[in-house]
Design a protein around this ligand. Structure first.
Ligand code: AMP
Length: 398
């Protein structure tokens, strides 16, 4: 069965068509600037030349039509007709408390995703547009929603409640939800597979380190705590997000600099993190090279980024009462040896021994800990699209 995976943004559509029998990507691509001047499709069929098509698109339906045309095109297509798409899996950011796992989309599911819009006002409306566009161009094809939050719905109340009046949870659903769930789930299962042990027997800390970053405590295959909260702002310091800070800073900034709440929100989400501290860039490549050439602010940004990850690893080892595996994944976790080294050094007291040579050898889906390290450390290439496709296939096959 071929599964189309869709990740819809407010003016974009990312897609992958995956042949699930071989678990092979047939084509992937991106539609950008939907509804804006310069709308275009970048289509990458496996084993063929990439194509770029610039054409006006008024909405996501136009974008989806273009994607399907590209997939069945006689030159750069990869399937003969749309009938070869067995199902569509949609990434949906916020499932709130309504969704503990992926689901087949029907009217009730659409209504529940709409109900969760206040929890993710930027993301869920875009995801809904993507689903509706697909339903309009392929009405007979089964659709599945896979939520970023679902994997973390196993957290106990002591991990997901905030120290706020309980009424705010009961009435407004203010609680920790966590994100990057498909990635934390994929890499924790993959770690168990690579180690040849049942995931149920392992205490794993998964570190998803990308532009957005989060850490999870995965005990016996279940997420028991995670660093992102009601929104993806909490937890680690990220590319442009501040992560954990004293919430009183918000009022202080509003008073001192006469800022609106929107101004402060923009500072915390868009102007902080690596970008804010370095005053240079949100991209880890720029930070590491500036730090290496003596830029003090970039060096501080790098140290802070790593120190905070290390603190979460310690906290989650304590939360689980032990630690068997650390997984590092996503753009930074998979590619930046110096970050891995700084995160892991000093954790010897927990039983972590990093192998410097392995760490610097562009590891992928392998151990970077020494043979005698009590805690196994793995670098795993995350694959959120494959996780979405597998869940979609499982639900469609019943
Ligand atoms: P992601 O959000 O997972 O795509 O990760 C983005 C982050 O990963 C950025 O900070 C990039 O600088 C970093 N990154 C991605 N690829 C590389 C690479 N090959 N070398 C160094 N950093 C990388």
């Amino acid at each position: 069965m071929n599964i189309l995976v869709i990740n819809a943004g407010s003016s974009s559509l990312k897609y992958q068509l995956i042949d699930m029998d071989a678990e092979k990507v047939l084509a992937k691509g991106l539609v950008e600037r939907i509804g804006i001047e310069g709308a275009n499709l970048q289509h990458r069929p496996a084993g063929k030349e990439e194509v770029r098509i610039e054409t006006p698109m008024k909405d996501h339906v136009d974008g989806m039509k273009l994607v399907l045309d590209a997939l069945v095109d006689k030159n750069h297509g990869v399937i003969a007709s749309m009938d070869e798409i067995g199902a569509v899996g949609h990434r949906v950011v916020h499932g709130g408390e309504s969704f503990k796992e992926s689901v087949l989309i029907d009217d009730a599911v659409m209504a529940a995703i709409e109900e969760n819009v206040p929890l993710a006002p930027l993301h869920n409306p875009a995801n809904i547009m993507g689903i509706k566009a697909c339903l309009s161009v392929m009405p007979k094809t089964p659709m599945v929603a896979v939520f970023d939050t679902a994997f973390h719905q196993t957290m106990p109340a002591k991990a997901y409640l905030y120290g706020l009046p309980i009424d705010l949870y009961r009435r407004l659903k203010v609680r920790r939800y966590g994100f990057h769930g498909t990635s934390h789930m994929y890499v924790s299962k993959k770690a168990a597979e690579l180690l040849g042990k049942p995931v149920e027997s392992l205490k794993i800390v998964t570190c998803h380190l990308g532009n957005g970053s989060s850490v999870s405590a995965v005990d016996g295959g279940r997420s028991v705590d995670t660093s992102m909260g009601l929104t993806p702002l909490e937890g680690l310091m990220m590319g442009t997000r501040c992560g954990d800070m004293d919430p009183a800073i918000v009022k202080y900034l509003m008073d001192r600099d006469h800022l609106s709440i929107e101004d402060v929100d923009k500072i915390l989400n868009k102007k902080s993190g690596l970008l804010g501290v370095s005053d240079l860039s949100s991209d880890m490549r720029d930070i590491t090279s500036a730090a290496a050439s003596g830029n003090e602010d970039a060096a501080n940004a790098l140290e802070m980024f790593c120190y905070r990850i290390k603190k979460y690893i310690g906290a989650y080892a304590a939360a689980m009462g032990g630690l068997d595996v650390i997984v590092l994944t996503a753009g930074i976790g998979e590619n930046v040896a110096i970050v891995r080294e700084k995160v892991l050094s000093g954790l010897e007291f927990l039983g972590v021994k990093m192998d410097k040579v392995k760490n610097e050898s562009r590891p992928k889906d392998v151990l970077i800990s020494t043979d005698d390290s009590k805690v196994k450390v793995l670098v795993i290439a995350t694959d959120e699209e494959m996780t979405i496709a597998r869940d979609t296939q499982r639900l469609v096959k019943g």
